[in-house]
Ligand binder design. Sequence first.
Ligand SMILES: Nc1ncnc2c1ncn2[C@@H]1O[C@H](COP(=O)(O)OP(=O)(O)O)[C@@H](O)[C@H]1O
Ligand SMILES: [Mg+2]
Length: 264
Amino acid sequence: MAGKKVVKKKVKSVSVKYKSLKSKGVVKKVPSGIRNLDKIIEGGFEKNSTNLIVGGSGTGKSIFAIQFLMDGIKRGENVLYVAFEEEKAGFYANMLEFGWDLNKLEKSGKFFFLPYTPDKIRTLLEEGGGDIETIVLNKKIQRIAMDSITTFVMLFDDDVEMREKTLALFSLLRSWTCTSLLIYERDPLIDKKRSSRVLEFEADSLIFLYFTRIKRKRERFLEVYKMRGTDHSTDMFSYNIRAASGISISSKPYSGNLDNFKTV
Ligand SMILES: Nc1ncnc2c1ncn2[C@@H]1O[C@H](COP(=O)(O)OP(=O)(O)O)[C@@H](O)[C@H]1O
Ligand SMILES: [Mg+2]
């Protein structure tokens, strides 16, 4: 209508409010330690959040987890790696290739390696705390990686129980003031059963790692599927793994054909 003045009311969106909280330092970010990742997730993972990394075998999940923990140590933090599948000596030898001397860091009381079984996690949730909590509290752990949580989810045939136990795990992790990475082994391009759906739904962030053939070569890609309270990129980024630098994601989004990435 001609002449009618439209008065635009300024409405503060949730994300604007959130940003102002962030700028006031109420919401703190924890750098990931992965080169170029923090640029697309507004500085890193949210402090005290529980983050899920989903990818198939060989995508670099364990390297990602250790790289995240090493970044913490660099900043003077103590960190805990909860190993469900990895055999310690072999794992330490693999990580030494990247210059991460876990033996030495363990001896100096900065890095803690805790072998665990999914069954032990179940007991931990039923009885509370356990030896993970003892380490977390006594050693003032600030970053935790659980590698991997896949078999834990598989323990439950019953969806209701799985959901209940997953929620209990998240609530336990949230009760400690740690930033956690949960590793989940699932190739998002092949395994679409999503037995991890409760984890994916509950996690504060979800990152997918892909390893797929582009023309003649298999290539690696990372996608931030969700990250609560973060204006993250929705692009696909290629990444590489090198002994000298660990995982580095590309500084620019992947501009090639995305036909391979038909997930759920
Ligand atoms: N020293 C290295 N240099 C380059 N790439 C490596 C090196 N060591 C391992 N990798 C790559 O990392 C992959 C294994 O990473 P890992 O974190 O163990 O995978 P996941 O835990 O997802 O199964 C290997 O398949 C290989 O491609
Ligand atoms: Mg692994």
